[in-house]
Ligand binder design. Sequence first.
Ligand code: SF4
Length: 380
Amino acid sequence: MIDKAKIQAAMQYYGKAYVALADVASAWERGEKPADAFFTLKNLPVRVFVEPTNRCNKRCVYCARPNMTRQSASLTLDDFKRAVDDIAAGAFLQCTGNGEPLLNPDTPAMIAHARQKGLLVGIITNGTRLTAKLSRALIEAGPHQVQISFDAVDRDVFNASYNSPRGGCSYEATLSKILRFLDMERREFRKGIFVSIASVLTDAVRSVRETSRAYWERLPVDNYFEAPLLSLQTDSGTAHLARTGEEPWKLCSNPWKAVKVNADGTVNPCVHDFSSKYVIGDIKQQPLREIVNSPAAVALRKALYYQDIDFFKAIGYNCQDCNVWSQATGHDVRGYLDGSFPVTYGLIVSQLAGCASYAPEKMENLRRAASEASGALSGM
Ligand code: SF4
């Protein structure tokens, strides 16, 4: 049954966000010089990233964690509740950050809490922690969306992407866990969770992309998604390969549309800030609603608007060399409104509707694949 009221409420919420972002884009394109009030947000960003932990059990080649200077930390359930309790129903809360969220045992309880508050909830996971018990707990918590990173349906390419992972993170173990999770959700629980499989397009991953796509498309998966290499504030291990600012400056949408709450409660205006170089507040001391308009948050939006490179250099952000706003990912404000926004919020409607049906042959393919994979899972 489609929850029409919820879909209408969400569309109103995102419609307001669209209009606010369009005003920012238009003012910037006209070269206006607005007063400081222009750089404050009337509503919380449409995407709130909350980091259950910054610990990770993988070593992906394109990640910025090897250059991360933060201490290891995990968010407590109480701090999570403090972070999300003033977020309005309809906002999109993404349980992710700069670590593997399922390494925090409280993550399913966090998701259940956010869901119960009426938020749209997603999680991005590398899939390696999807034991039978944790898969069950995750599905029962009720996220709308589960995005699983799995770069390639090819053992050698997978191993190259993830620095030869072993044990529970190996190619066979990870693929088997993902199949079991999917089988559990689609045939046992049938909650209608929107499941995406995501890969990061290194050259090696690109070389087997058709095989990977064909593999996932024969299963009841909602979306197979290819992400470009990101420079991650030039801290990524493959930043030199990511296309960066050779183009005329464009206004990055990130600090207008998103915010990241770190595992220690500090907040960054850029979700790619692995080392938490620029802190705009702390949810243990101030509500998120105030933090997103703190003087530090306003100063960054202003610096982006005026391309104040000295400001970026002083805080270590390297926005001028970031590929998020360039054609590579198109997440400047205008590119985001024209490209990603309709796709993202179209998908959100599907997630809220939660009523996808899958062809019988896809369900049968899943049953067979999960059954064949189960041998790799003894004790996991
Ligand atoms: S330009 Fe890049 S580094 Fe700067 S705020 Fe945007 S996403 Fe972050």
